[in-house]
Design a protein around this ligand. Structure first.
Ligand SMILES: CC(C)(COP(=O)(O)OP(=O)(O)OC[C@H]1O[C@@H](n2cnc3c(N)ncnc32)[C@H](O)[C@@H]1OP(=O)(O)O)[C@@H](O)C(=O)NCCC(=O)NCCS
Length: 370
């Protein structure tokens, strides 16, 4: 056993997985051996969720059956219906709501492969509904009922914005969901696997993942990117970014533990952001993002990660800024649930060691003598 830990477990191989793979030097990402560049814009999120959870891209017949299961799974149970948690902040609310959905789930007491697949489909189907219902409750608005004819991407945009999305918007958002669906041993997935490895249930593992995704160094970064853009003077972006970097601040949406070159997801998201910006008639945030990208690269040699251009894409799609990280959870649900299935299928408790750096040989004294 190594004596010294690697800070942040960098370069430590913590699990074996057949779900996704990253080549950090080449900037490549694969889902079950398929290059993300081949999948983005050509497959739907439903197909990718099937690929991850069931092990292969679906045939037409399998997709119809899985799609019907997802549509059926949109219905919330009594516990979630009774407390939509609208007084909590978005990620807190989702943590609560997934926990309640666990209480509602008919398979909650089983970790069998069949029960796990059913729970994975229900969680994937319910997550966008939970975000939409939460948003409606906190804004005191009524939203359209889920439309069984619509995909997850189209139905989500409909319920969040209240208007029928255009085809280009649907395809763009669907591609976003595909791009965010899985990403090897990222922090939230690792958290889910640690929880699942105690033979706890899928919903508990997903609650752990949601709590982990919430942090600004992980999924919370996309919201922070938008807040940064909103806080900057469009005419003074470069100087502001230089000043922040000089002051030792991190610029959200840049840098990555694994990618040493451009994050392949950012390549797609940059293009989407540009297209949506041009279509909106006001490309200010896109232009500011490009300028930020140039300055951060010039000054620190860092590339944008998945969260950087996702922020402006979601903004142009009309998604409220504080729902950006919940949107991340909608897509990552496909991967999280697949990792729980994989962990349960070949389980061993995840219990690393630690390096003790505290005092030794301390002598206990009674309270009166301390
Ligand atoms: C993603 C991230 C957490 C990876 O962290 P990591 O592998 O532990 O790398 P570190 O935080 O140790 O960073 C290494 C160096 O690069 C710098 N750095 C990393 N990301 C930076 C950023 N976004 N802005 C400015 N500097 C950054 C660090 O300050 C550090 O510099 P130093 O060696 O001079 O101290 C980190 O890049 C980050 O915090 N990015 C911003 C948050 C974000 O976008 N998260 C979403 C990830 S998909």
């Amino acid at each position: 056993m190594a004596d010294k830990p690697t800070k942040g477990l960098a370069d430590v191989v913590a699990a074996s997985t057949a779900l996704s793979d990253i080549d950090g030097q080449a900037g490549l990402l694969f889902y079950r051996g398929y290059d993300i560049h081949d999948l983005a814009g050509r497959t739907t999120f439903e197909e990718i969720a099937h690929l991850l959870q069931h092990g292969g891209l679906p045939t037409g017949e399998q997709l119809a059956a899985y799609g019907a299961e997802l549509v059926g799974g949109r219905k919330l149970g009594a516990l979630a219906e009774a407390n939509i948690a609208e007084k909590q902040a978005p990620m807190e609310a989702l943590r609560t709501l997934v926990s309640l959905a666990g209480g509602d789930d008919p398979d909650k007491d089983s970790n069998s492969p069949e029960a796990n697949l059913r729970k994975a489909a229900r969680l994937t189907a319910q997550q966008p509904i939970l975000v939409a219902r939460y948003h409606a409750a906190r804004t005191g608005t009524t939203i359209p009922e889920p439309d069984p004819e619509l995909s997850i991407a189209a139905n989500f945009l409909l319920q969040i914005t209240g208007r029928t999305p255009g085809q280009h918007e649907i395809e763009t958002f669907d591609a976003c969901l595909v791009l965010h669906a899985d990403h090897t041993m990222n922090a939230s997935t690792f958290a889910a696997r640690v929880c699942a490895a105690t033979l706890s249930d899928m919903h508990s593992a997903i609650v752990a993942a949601i709590g982990t995704l919430k942090g600004p160094l992980h999924g919370g970064a996309n919201e922070q990117v938008m807040r940064t853009l909103e806080s900057l003077d469009p005419a003074a972006v470069a100087q502001a970014v230089r000043d922040r970097l000089a002051a030792g601040e991190k610029i959200m949406g840049f840098g990555h533990r694994v990618y040493k070159t451009e994050d392949p997801r950012a390549t797609h998201l940059r293009k989407m952001s540009k297209e949506l910006a041009e279509a909106s008639g006001d490309d200010t945030y896109y232009r500011m993002s490009k300028e930020m990208e140039e300055v951060v690269f010039e000054t620190k040699g860092l590339y944008p990660n998945v969260d950087f251009y996702a922020a402006t894409v979601y903004h142009y799609l009309g998604i409220p800024t504080d729902l950006f990280t919940p949107v991340f959870s909608v897509s990552r649900m496909a991967g999280w649930t697949a990792h729980v299935i994989e962990q349960h299928a070949d389980n061993r408790l995840i219990r690393p060691d630690s390096e003790y750096i505290g005092e030794r040989g301390q002598k206990w004294k009674p309270l009166a003598e301390r």
